[in-house]
Design a protein around this ligand. Structure first.
Ligand code: ACO
Length: 325
């Protein structure tokens, strides 16, 4: 018995913030942002929330899979920006969708979260605890970004991506064939946010600096280019594959230069590494499923192709998943 992705969906807020808009907010330029990150614009939530984006992405994933919300047995939302502490985003998604029979909970592994959620769903299904799951990455990062810090505010965007996964029968040929994940809490200071204002509440009397993301961009960059290839190789080993066996690498869309460096380390053609951060920015846990959904809807993934999904994020966390489409 295996576990395969049967449907993908995504949702992005309506409002778009371009590099030219950012030029008016901080001391930066369109040219610097494009050259150093590969980004031109990103979507920013106005009335959209983590659960509203997640449920829209889930509906599209269910539609693609030809399934109804009532059939869903597990919902895992990966997020680090949900606007309510309780209940968790996944329970609110369950309520919006009417997925009354699902187990629902959140996972916070920052940008690595989608891979952690997918791995968890995989174990639930493989153990026989359930037959299917909605695995979602959803973020409204714009709420915790310091819009006066040019080193971080140009990087992030809001959005959600979801996959519907289910148990496969013997001889199916598609599904997850290797997974690896890890955490390095010792490196936690590279990227952190101490707390946040919960929407609708008055500002708490704490230093507003503590409510925003702080990042040592250079250290995060070095961490990613070193750790992601190691993590990918572990997932490849588990699947009994070599880097050249993978048709497409769908990596966390944090920076085009990080992805170029990883492609070089793995000695793989950069053409195998599709990117969409130009239009979305870094949407944290949502970036991989948004990219997967885009490629799927454009018909760019063929049945039988081998994909590698891999991400990293605050924690620091990292994960990879090899699968046959
Ligand atoms: N516009 C113009 N100049 C800028 C900007 C900007 N937006 N940001 C920084 N600079 C300046 C710096 O101040 C510095 O100037 P100085 O030389 O006068 O001191 C210069 O540009 C170079 O700065 P670096 O930090 O060395 O620039 P770098 O090439 O490393 O790019 C960046 C910075 C884009 C942040 C890069 O380090 C990066 O992408 N790191 C990874 C970040 C990341 O992936 N974070 C997400 C992790 S996942 C998650 O969980 C959220």
């Amino acid at each position: 018995m295996g576990v395969a992705i049967r449907g993908t969906g995504s949702a992005l807020p309506e409002k778009i913030l371009t590099n030219f808009d950012l030029e008016k907010m901080v001391d930066t330029s369109d040219e610097w942002i494009r050259q150093r990150t590969g980004m031109s614009e990103r979507h920013i939530g106005q009335k959209e929330t983590v659960p509203s984006l997640a449920s829209a992405a889930c509906r599209r994933a269910l539609e693609k899979a030809g399934k109804k919300a009532e059939e869903v047995e597990l919902i895992i939302v990966a997020t680090c920006t949900t606007e309510m502490l309780l209940p968790c985003a996944a329970c609110r998604v369950q309520n919006i969708l009417g997925a009354k029979d699902a187990i629902a909970f959140d996972i916070n592994a920052a940008c690595g979260g989608f891979l952690f959620a997918l791995n968890t769903a995989h174990h639930y299904i493989e153990s026989g605890a359930c037959n299917n799951a909605l695995v979602v990455g959803s973020e409204v990062l714009s709420e915790i970004i310091d819009w006066t810090d040019r080193g971080t505010c140009v990087l992030f965007g809001d959005g959600s991506g979801a996959v519907y996964v289910e148990k496969t029968e013997e001889g199916d040929g598609s599904g997850i064939i290797g997974m690896s994940q890890g955490s390095n809490g010792m490196a936690g200071k590279m990227l952190y946010c101490r707390g946040r204002v919960v929407k609708g509440e008055t500002e708490p009397e704490i230093n507003s600096e503590d409510l925003l993301v702080h990042m040592n961009g250079g250290e995060v960059f070095k961490f990613a280019v070193r750790q992601v290839p190691i993590c990918i190789r572990k997932a490849l080993d588990m699947a009994g594959l070599q880097p050249e066996d993978i048709d497409m690498y769908l990596l966390h869309q944090a920076n085009s230069r990080i992805i170029e460096s990883i492609a070089k380390t793995l000695k793989q053609d950069i053409k195998k590494f599709p990117m969409n951060m130009e239009k979305t920015g870094n949407t944290s846990s949502a970036s991989i499923p948004i990219l997967l959904d885009e490629l799927n809807r454009e018909g760019k993934i063929q049945k039988g192709q081998k994909l590698m999904l891999s991400g990293f994020g605050a924690g620091m966390t990292f994960g990879a998943c090899a699968l046959i489409w």
